[in-house]
Write a protein of this length. Structure first.
Length: 419
């Protein structure tokens, strides 16, 4: 059986999940290949796809139109206008268009099953499903497949001075754009029969099943999987020495690709919760690409970006608890990674976090989204940190999220579609 996995990039949370599935398939003897348009890693059976060559005339025409737009001599497209007025603190909005034609790729033509993943900018929805002749599995890593273009339909855009949510107001242009492209996608999906969707979290599965765009479609639930040898319990003293973390304090870990990038990651709530803590025996260890200026730098250690998975397992093992303040999320890899390393998790009652974190069993779930509610759960943990057994947390995580379980679930799905 030949499987083609399609993903825009090999970097990011969705890419990590996608490439882990690829690894699991290869380990099970499946002929799996991945095509990408942004390739940064040298991983087996992953291939970069180049755009089709365009004529010199069309290239010059494209540059001229861009130049005219920049000098306001040509009206900007509706898409460009819309994206420019959107807040940079919101998650990505992407349109269902692309100049790439996946069906012309040789790996597509050889494949028995096509597994789409995070494909914004790579998949032209109308063109692909108009030409496709193969069974398609679409693994959804966010909501973009069934929205007008938003990757998350965010309702909270930050925390006010009291640490309570600031709710989002959609502009008329946002509502119009979302409605237009939702209708566009609905018409395309209504004519597609050979499509099975997969949601890694029960929350995303429910959102997809209740969406207008995917009405009547099959949406399965298959959780992400992790390599249990890489994400393992490491010695805490050694781990802290390696990362230069204090041995005599409680370490709260926070991980985000870009610490100060979007509202959805909820970093504002964590900062405010940490300020409310009346405990000098605690440090916040922050991992992410961007340095963030914080007012309490004595109690914050920023490690910057960590791209090595083994070193990430050391970071989880060094921490007493992992806090994820996401305001909306699918099935965050970081929660799985923490649990696999035996480290309990604290988070808000949102999305797939509720699939993974069981209150008072392997962490704590705040009763609402607010800085104070998060602070209360952190305090509860600090008062009861000895109740959590790392080996038990890890065992339960392996039982649900071992990479081989995910791979076998996908293999069974692929086979059912071919039969």
């Amino acid at each position: 059986m030949k499987v083609l996995i399609v993903n825009t990039s090999d970097i990011g949370g969705a890419a990590n999940a996608c490439l882990r599935l690829h690894e699991g398939l290869l380990n099970n003897g499946i002929d799996s290949k991945v095509i990408l348009i942004k390739k940064h890693k040298n991983l087996p059976q992953t291939f970069k796809v180049l755009p089709e060559k365009i004529s010199i005339y069309n290239r010059l025409k494209k540059k001229l139109f861009k130049l005219l737009e920049n000098y306001n001599l040509k009206k900007k497209s509706n898409e460009v206008v819309f994206l420019k007025q959107r807040s940079s603190r919101l998650e990505l909005f992407s349109f269902p268009f692309s100049e790439f034609d996946i069906t012309k790729n040789k790996w597509y033509q050889e494949a028995d099953v096509v597994n789409l993943h995070w494909v914004s900018g790579f998949l032209d929805l109308k063109s692909f499903f108009g030409k496709n002749t193969k069974p398609v599995v679409w693994t959804m890593h966010d909501m973009n497949t069934f929205t007008g273009g938003e990757h998350y339909t965010e309702t909270i855009i930050g925390a006010n001075n009291k640490g309570n949510p600031i709710y989002r107001d959609y502009s008329e242009l946002e509502n119009q754009t979302n409605a237009y492209y939702s209708n566009y996608k609905t018409k395309i999906f209504n004519s597609v029969n050979n499509l099975t969707l997969v949601a890694p979290s029960k929350w995303l599965q429910n959102e997809a099943l209740n969406s207008t765009v995917l009405h009547g479609k099959t949406v399965k639930h298959i959780a992400y999987g992790l390599n249990k040898e890489i994400f393992n319990i490491r010695d805490k003293v050694y781990s802290r020495n390696l990362l230069k973390l204090p041995q005599d304090k409680k370490v709260i870990l926070f991980v985000a690709e870009s610490l100060n990038n979007t509202n959805r990651k909820g970093f504002d709530f964590l900062v405010k919760a940490f300020k409310l803590l009346k405990n000098n025996n605690v440090v916040l260890c922050a991992i992410g690409h961007k340095k963030v200026k914080l007012n309490f730098t004595n109690n914050v250690i920023e490690l910057g970006a960590i791209n090595d998975e083994l070193l990430m397992s050391v970071a989880y093992s060094a921490a007493d608890v992992f806090v994820i303040p996401s305001l909306m999320d699918n099935l965050p890899n970081t929660v799985l990674e923490s649990l696999m390393c035996g480290t309990p998790v604290i988070g808000f009652p949102v999305g797939g976090i509720l699939d993974m974190v069981k209150h008072e069993e392997n962490g704590y779930i705040a009763n609402q989204i607010s800085a104070n509610a998060l602070k209360c759960e952190i305090e509860k943990f600090l008062d009861n940190s000895n109740r959590f057994m790392a080996n038990e947390i890890r065992k339960n995580a392996i039982d649900k999220y071992d990479l081989n379980i995910q791979a076998q679930n996908y293999i069974n799905l692929y086979k059912s579609l071919l039969n």
